[in-house]
Design a binder for this molecule. Structure first.
Ligand SMILES: Cc1cc2nc3c(=O)[nH]c(=O)nc-3n(C[C@H](O)[C@H](O)[C@H](O)COP(=O)(O)OP(=O)(O)OC[C@H]3O[C@@H](n4cnc5c(N)ncnc54)[C@H](O)[C@@H]3O)c2cc1C
Length: 494
């Protein structure tokens, strides 16, 4: 027998970092809200937010070269880098607030200081890196970033990466100590455990199958309980579709006009994980390189010191590949089933435009262990295959939409919030910069979806996130004060 449940204020779909962040903010702003969360798997944070499924970089553009573009006149545009860094500052402040409130017990369990470095080969790239460092290091958010092309300094900065390297190689790097490694899996689990204590109803093994609007403009969700094998119906005033790769198919079911002409392009990934303690001990940094000409930004493998399951480890990747699944636990039919009459032209246009990318990703899937080792050797010349195992990373579903600049079926690399006109339903699509910007994205959502309450909530938001509506990059003293307190509370390098 099907069961129909009474109406609630908020339903969150998905037990990843996005729902966990939104649920936490809503409970802080309005403790009496009735909130339910539905997750189709048996545990939280098992898809992209899991620590083994993403790279754990606290994205702040400290080392990721794709956020700084070289302009035609040779100058380096740092606008995007500043924007990404400002967004991560919001996350750090919200986590600081929760630590200070005793709601996140042990910051080390989810964030650690790890230097961020960029590493390039060849004269042209070295010149770009030098200019990038000059442009960024004058900005308060990037203070302390240094450049070197001196072999001895590089040996000191990255001993593992310099072993066995000829002194004649043209290489350079930048280093900044204020980088972080974030364990989004642990963070999600802690936030959800708090929410449970605060009365949020968490339902695992519950898969949302359909979403339809009720006559009074509230929403009804059809949900399959895989334990009882029964279908349940839950009604709510507001829905957040935070289902990661599963968000697009659910958004399409809502029938809202904002869901049309949007598609998804799935990108799979895998990491090489070091199993040799001596090798792991020699590296303490996240090191990002430059994408090869023609390669998409998500295909730049990096060498990352990580803290997972309480241990320091070393990952290389993710190697991007093609898979038709929208979730790691998804179906091979996901991509084809996402093609609808209202997005078929968008999808076909993207298919034609992105033939090169698809070919590239298929080739990447077919890479042999030896070929992957060759890429690793660009970072660690002495790397041996037996020291590295393979783990499958999460799926990223890049948004495809029609844009003014790119035309029909343009592939997007960002994170996008799609919200109905009345704000009562909102879905998060896309993968990058992803988890690091969860707080920024959820602030945007709150403003759009709770327009009546938002003016009242602002005061409280400023208590939790002191730099809300302040450009830190233009207010060095405010940044210094906030950075001192977040670094202290989270145990980070200032
Ligand atoms: C390889 C890779 C590397 C990355 N590296 C970084 C990085 O270095 N730094 C960074 O900040 N971000 C990174 N990201 C992005 C980041 O991981 C994601 O942006 C973030 O985890 C997304 O969180 P989410 O809550 O939206 O999705 P998820 O964590 O995927 O959670 C969605 C949940 O919804 C559930 N679900 C799906 N469909 C349904 C349904 N119908 N009913 C109920 N539940 C459902 C899923 O089971 C899942 O648990 C990376 C991602 C990948 C894949």
């Amino acid at each position: 027998m099907n069961s129909i449940h009474k109406k609630t204020d908020v339903i969150l779909i998905g037990g990843g970092i996005m729902s966990a962040t939104l649920g936490t903010m809503l409970k802080e702003l309005s403790p009496n809200l009735e909130i339910k969360l539905f997750e189709k798997l048996s545990k939280p944070a098992e898809e992209s937010s899991n620590e083994w499924n993403n790279a754990g970089t606290g994205h702040s553009a400290l080392c990721e070269l794709n956020y700084t573009k070289e302009e035609a006149d040779g100058s380096v545009n740092i606008d995007k880098a500043i924007q990404i860094n400002e967004q991560f500052q919001l996350s750090k402040q919200f986590w600081t607030y929760l630590v200070n409130q005793g709601k996140l017990a042990d910051p080390k369990s989810f964030i650690r200081p790890v230097p961020h470095m960029s590493f390039v080969y060849g004269k042209k790239n070295i010149e770009f890196l030098r200019k990038r460092c000059d442009a960024l290091s004058n900005n308060p958010l990037f203070t302390g970033m240094t450049f070197t092309d001196d072999f001895e300094t590089l040996k000191h900065w990255m001993p593992l990466m310099m072993e066995g390297r000829p002194t004649t190689e043209e290489i350079a790097a930048t280093k900044i100590e204020s980088g972080t490694d974030v364990n989004f899996g642990n963070l999600t689990r802690s936030l959800l455990s708090n929410l449970k204590d605060e009365g949020v109803e968490l339902y695992y093994n519950h898969s949302v199958q359909n979403i339809r609007r009720n006559q009074d403009n509230t929403w009804q969700l059809k949900i399959y309980n895989s334990e009882t094998k029964k279908t349940e119906y839950h009604n709510t005033k507001f829905v957040f579709i935070g289902a990661g790769g599963g968000s697009l198919p659910l958004l399409q079911k809502t029938g809202i006009k904002e869901s049309t002409n949007i598609g998804g392009f799935p990108v799979s990934g895998l990491f090489m994980v070091c199993n040799n303690e001596d090798v792991i001990a020699k590296q303490e940094a996240k090191v990002y390189g430059k994408a090869k000409v023609g390669a998409p930004p998500m295909s730049v493998p990096h060498l990352d010191t990580r803290y997972i399951e309480g241990k320091r480890t070393l990952l290389f990747g993710p190697f991007a590949g093609f898979s038709p699944k929208f979730l790691k636990t998804g179906s091979n039919l996901d991509l084809i089933e996402s093609v609808k009459p209202n997005n078929v032209l968008t999808m076909l246009s993207a298919g034609l435009k992105e033939m090169g990318l698809t070919k590239y990703l298929v080739e990447q899937v077919l890479l042999s262990d030896e070929k992957r080792l060759e890429e690793l050797k660009e970072f660690i010349p002495t790397a041996k295959l037996e020291d590295w195992d393979i783990v499958i990373a999460g799926q990223r579903v890049q948004v495809i939409k029609d844009t003014e600049e790119g035309g029909k079926g343009t592939l997007q690399f960002g994170t996008e919030l799609v919200t109905s006109e009345d704000g009562s339903i909102s879905a998060l699509l896309g993968a990058s910069p992803g988890a690091s910007t969860a707080v920024h994205v959820m602030l945007q959502l709150l403003e759009k979806s709770f327009p009546e309450q938002f003016p009242e909530w602002k005061q409280r938001i400023k208590q939790m996130i002191p730099s809300y509506e302040v450009q830190l990059s233009e207010n060095p003293e405010v940044f210094d004060e906030i950075n001192t307190s977040t670094s202290k509370a989270l145990g980070l390098y200032k």
